[in-house]
Design a protein around this ligand. Structure first.
Ligand code: SAM
Length: 206
């Protein structure tokens, strides 16, 4: 992506986060409150989840983010929380095997080029019993909505920096060998597009 494209995408993400619904913020809080110990956040973006972590639960917080423009926006809020900002991708995490208690990602597995590799990496860095905490928009279970997602996918992907609206992320999590211990549908309505289903889930590394 060009530097200008990267900066525009980061600015757009920051605006979306600023105008996010109370319901979405509630789900970010719900997820971040379950994070403790050594935490790795994938694709931390502009830092939308940072206000919701519980400082006394953090032993170490590593924010992995490949976009330079996002990392610039992350720097100040991360420093205030004592978190590390790392240039990296979900598919190749700069952490040792079984070194993390939690891996958290929100609205990221829709965009990573190789979600299977990202989930395998999350599994590698998590200790046994460690938790994967996700809030993602996903493929609809209703076939008509899923068909609509398939139809808009090629255009959507180009406009939204590689985001796929139709990935079955819960299934990918199971296929990666995690055990889902909590899964909550998060219904989101988008103007003109209608239902845009999200899911909040907690999965355990065996
Ligand atoms: C829609 S934004 C979400 C940002 C943030 N997690 C949030 O909830 O607001 C998607 C993020 O995923 C990041 N991303 C894209 N590809 C990635 C990859 N392979 N590994 C990690 N992060 C990636 C982008 O740079 C961007 O920050």
């Amino acid at each position: 992506m060009s530097r200008l494209g990267d900066r525009l995408f980061a600015a757009g993400c920051a605006r979306l986060v600023a105008s996010e619904s109370e319901a979405m913020r509630g789900w970010r809080r719900w997820l971040a409150h379950r994070a403790r110990g050594v935490i790795v956040e994938l694709g931390a973006g502009t830092g939308a989840n940072l206000p919701f972590y519980q400082a006394d639960a953090l032993e170490r917080l590593v924010l992995v983010e490949p976009s330079p423009a996002m990392r610039r926006r992350l720097a100040a809020p991360a420093a205030a929380l004592g978190a590390e900002v790392v240039d990296g991708t979900a598919e190749r995490l700069p952490l040792a095997d079984a070194s993390a208690d939690c891996v958290l990602a929100t609205l990221v597995l829709c965009s990573v080029p190789d979600p299977e590799a990202a989930l395998a990496e999350a599994r590698r860095v998590l200790r046994p019993g460690g938790r994967l905490l996700l809030l993602e928009h996903v493929r609809a279970s209703d076939p008509r909505t899923a068909r609509r997602q398939d139809l808009v996918e090629p255009v959507w992907r180009r406009l939204a920096q590689g985001c796929h609206p139709n990935r079955d992320t819960a299934r990918a999590v199971r296929d990666a060998g995690f055990r889902i211990v909590e899964e909550h549908p998060v219904p989101v309505e988008l103007p003109d597009l209608g239902l845009f289903p999200h899911v909040a889930l907690v999965a355990e590394r065996p």
